[in-house]
Design a protein. Structure first.
Length: 568
C-alpha cells in the first residue's frame, strides 16, 4: 500500500524466530511438567523392571522363555480357532457334543414342571414323585461304584442326620438370639475340629458351606491382612499345580495373581525350592495340600512351614479331602507326615466335615492360628439403613439345619468311630495299591503316582490310553475320576467302596486286559492310528483337551454343560 513501510522478509522471519524462542512467562511450569513426566516414566520403568527381575528369579531364564513360548502359542492358536471356516467347524463339533450330553442329562420322556401347579399337590402325590426322582437312572453310589462324591456314613447315621435336620429346618445362624441352639452347635463344631488339628491357645475358626468357600475365605483373609499390615495392592499367592482349583477361583474372584509350582515325579510333591524363588514383596499366601485331590499326595508341609516362618508369610494347608482321616493316621498305625498346627509356620487349615466327617453336604470348616487373622475375613457394614450388618463369610443367611446335622454326625461317631473309619478306608486304599503292584495284569501296565498316604490312589498307564481304561470302567458301572497333566485315573475310597474293592480291582484287571488285546489287534491290522474312531467320553474329552495349546474349546464345552444343568 502506498505510504506504508514494510519490514523486509528476511528481517520479519528473524523476528518471528526470536518470538518462537522466547521463554514462557513461567519457566517453572515447563520444569515441573518435565519433572512429573520423568518421575512417572521412572516409576513405570521401575515397576516393569522389577516384574521382569521377579519373573527371571522365580522361573529362571529358560523357564521364562518356556512360559513366553507357551503363552504365544496359546494366543496364536486362539486366533486360528476364531478364523472364518474354522470357527464354524468348531462350533458345529461343540454343538454335537452338547447335544450328546443333553441326551444323558435331560431325559426326553420325563414329565416337566415349568410353572407352579394351580393347586398344591397332596402329600401322597409329592412322595410318589420324590420316589420317582430318587430312582432315576444313575451311577450306583449306594453300592460303592462311585469314587469320592458321596462320603456316606451308613444308613443309621443318615436317619439321625435327617431327624436333626427336621428339628432345625427354619433355623438361621445369622440370628443367634433367635436360634441359640444352632449358635452353640456351630461353635462346638469349630472347637472340635480345632482340637483335632492340635490348634494352639487363641486359635479360632468358622464353619462354611463347603471346601471351596473355606479356601476362598482363607485367600480373602490373606489378601486383606497383607493390605492392612503391608499395604499390598497387587497381591500374589504361590500354590502347587495340584492344589485344588478353588485357589484359582479365589485368584479370579479376588484379583490375586496365582503362581503355579510344579509337583514333579517321582514324589509329586510341590517343589519347595521353586516356591521360595517365586516369593516377592507382593506375595500374600503360600499353599500346601494334605493331601491333594488329583494324586492323594501330601505336600512337604514341614518344609513349607519353615519357608513361611523365614519369609514371614501366611501358609494355608488344604486338608479338605484329608479331613477326618489325616488326624487319625498315626493312631491307626499308618504312615503319616506333619501337617497341622504343631508346625509353627502354618497359619490356616481348611477341613471338610462333609467328607470323611460324614456330615451332610454343605459343611466345612476354616481354622486360624489366631483370632486376629480370622477377623480379616469378616464383613461389617455399620452404616446400612437396615441396621448394623455383620457376617463371618460369603453368605448372609445360612441353613442351621445343616449345622445341626453336622454336629449330630460328630457327636454320634466320636473319636473311636473316626479311628475305625480311618482303618477301613485307608486300609482299603492300601489293599487296592497292593493289588495293582502284585497283579501281573495290572503291574505290567499301571503305575501308581507317588506315595499316597490317605484315601486317594492315582495311577497312569505305561502303554495304553488311560482314558480308554476309564471308559472301560464306566461301561462296567464304575464312576472314577479322570485326571490330566499327566493323564491318569484316581480312586477316592469311601466306606461304600471298602465293601466292593475286590470287585473294583477285578474289573480293572478285565478292562486292562481287554484294552491290551485291542492294542494287539490294532498293531496286527495296522490300524492303531484309526483305533480311536469310537472313543468314549473320557478319551474324547481329555484326549482332545490334552493336545490343544488353547483350551477355549474345552471352556465352551464346560459352559455348555453348566447351561444344561439348568435346562428344565
Amino acid at each position: 500500500m502506498p505510504g506504508t513501510s514494510r519490514m523486509p522478509v528476511s528481517l520479519r522471519e528473524s523476528f518471528n524466530n526470536v518470538k518462537k524462542r522466547r521463554p514462557p512467562n513461567n519457566p517453572l511450569q515447563v520444569v515441573n511438567l518435565d519433572l512429573i513426566r520423568n518421575i512417572v516414566f521412572f516409576f513405570f520403568l521401575l515397576r516393569w523392571t522389577r516384574r521382569v527381575l521377579w519373573k527371571l528369579k522365580g522361573r529362571g531364564l529358560f523357564g521364562t522363555f518356556a512360559e513366553l513360548y507357551t503363552e504365544t502359542r496359546r494366543i496364536l492358536y486362539g486366533y486360528f480357532l476364531r478364523a472364518p471356516g474354522v470357527r464354524t467347524q468348531v462350533r458345529k463339533q461343540i454343538d454335537e457334543a452338547l447335544t450328546k450330553m443333553q441326551g444323558k442329562l435331560v431325559p426326553a420322556n420325563a414329565t416337566r414342571y415349568l410353572t407352579l401347579p394351580k393347586e398344591g399337590w397332596t402329600e401322597e402325590a409329592i412322595r410318589k414323585e420324590l420316589d420317582t426322582l430318587a430312582s432315576m437312572d444313575h451311577t450306583r453310589w449306594e453300592d460303592g461304584y462311585v469314587s469320592g462324591a458321596v462320603y456316606h456314613g451308613e444308613d443309621e447315621l443318615l436317619k439321625l442326620q435327617t431327624e436333626a435336620y427336621g428339628k432345625f429346618t427354619v433355623a438361621n445362624p445369622i440370628h443367634p438370639d433367635v436360634f441359640p441352639g444352632v449358635r452353640k452347635m456351630e461353635a462346638e463344631i469349630v472347637a472340635m475340629v480345632l482340637s483335632l488339628f492340635n490348634a494352639p491357645p487363641g486359635a479360632a475358626g468358622v464353619s462354611t458351606i463347603g471346601g471351596t468357600e473355606s479356601i476362598l475365605m482363607a485367600c480373602l483373609a490373606a489378601r486383606q491382612k497383607a493390605y492392612a499390615e503391608r499395604g499390598i495392592t497387587e497381591p500374589e499367592m504361590i500354590l502347587p499345580e495340584t492344589a485344588h482349583t478353588a485357589f484359582r477361583k479365589a485368584g479370579e474372584y479376588f484379583k490375586i495373581k496365582v503362581h503355579l509350582v510344579a509337583c514333579p515325579a517321582p514324589n509329586y510333591q510341590v517343589d519347595v525350592r521353586r516356591v521360595s524363588r517365586l516369593i516377592n514383596s507382593n506375595t500374600v499366601l503360600l499353599v500346601g495340600s494334605a493331601p491333594n485331590f488329583p494324586h492323594g499326595i501330601i505336600d512337604d508341609i514341614s518344609a513349607l512351614s519353615k519357608l513361611a516362618l523365614k519369609r514371614r508369610l501366611p501358609l494355608h494347608v488344604d486338608c479338605c479331602l484329608g479331613s477326618f482321616l489325616v488326624p487319625f493316621l498315626e493312631k491307626a498305625g499308618f504312615e503319616t507326615t506333619p501337617f497341622d498346627f504343631r508346625l509353627k509356620g502354618l497359619t490356616t487349615i481348611s477341613c471338610d466335615t462333609h467328607k470323611y466327617g460324614f456330615a451332610p453336604k454343605g459343611n466345612s470348616t476354616l481354622l486360624y492360628r489366631t483370632q486376629e487373622h480370622r477377623a480379616y475375613q469378616y464383613f461389617v457394614d455399620p452404616s446400612w439403613s437396615g441396621g448394623v450388618y455383620a457376617s463371618p463369610g460369603m453368605a448372609g443367611s445360612r441353613p442351621g439345619a445343616l449345622i445341626a446335622a453336622c454336629w449330630t454326625s460328630l457327636m454320634s461317631i466320636g473319636e473311636a468311630g473316626y479311628l475305625q473309619a480311618c482303618e477301613q478306608i485307608v486300609g482299603t486304599t492300601k489293599k487296592i495299591a497292593d493289588r495293582i503292584r502284585d497283579s501281573p495284569a495290572l503291574a505290567a501296565e499301571l503305575e501308581i503316582l507317588g506315595n499316597p498316604l490317605v484315601s486317594v490312589l492315582a495311577f497312569q498307564a505305561r502303554n495304553l490310553d488311560v482314558y480308554d481304561i476309564a471308559d472301560g470302567m464306566s461301561a462296567k458301572g464304575w464312576h472314577l475320576n479322570a485326571l490330566q497333566n499327566p493323564p491318569a485315573i484316581h480312586v477316592a475310597v469311601t466306606l461304600p467302596i471298602t465293601k466292593v474293592w475286590e470287585r473294583l480291582a477285578s474289573d480293572l484287571e478285565e478292562v486292562v486286559e481287554a484294552e491290551r488285546e485291542k492294542e494287539r489287534v490294532r498293531a496286527v491290522e495296522g490300524k492303531k492310528a484309526k483305533g480311536k474312531a469310537t472313543a468314549g467320553d473320557a478319551a474324547a474329552l481329555y484326549g482332545v483337551a490334552g493336545s490343544l495349546p488353547n483350551k477355549s474349546i474345552v471352556v465352551d464345552l464346560a459352559k455348555g454343560f453348566l447351561d444344561l444343568c439348568y435346562k428344565a
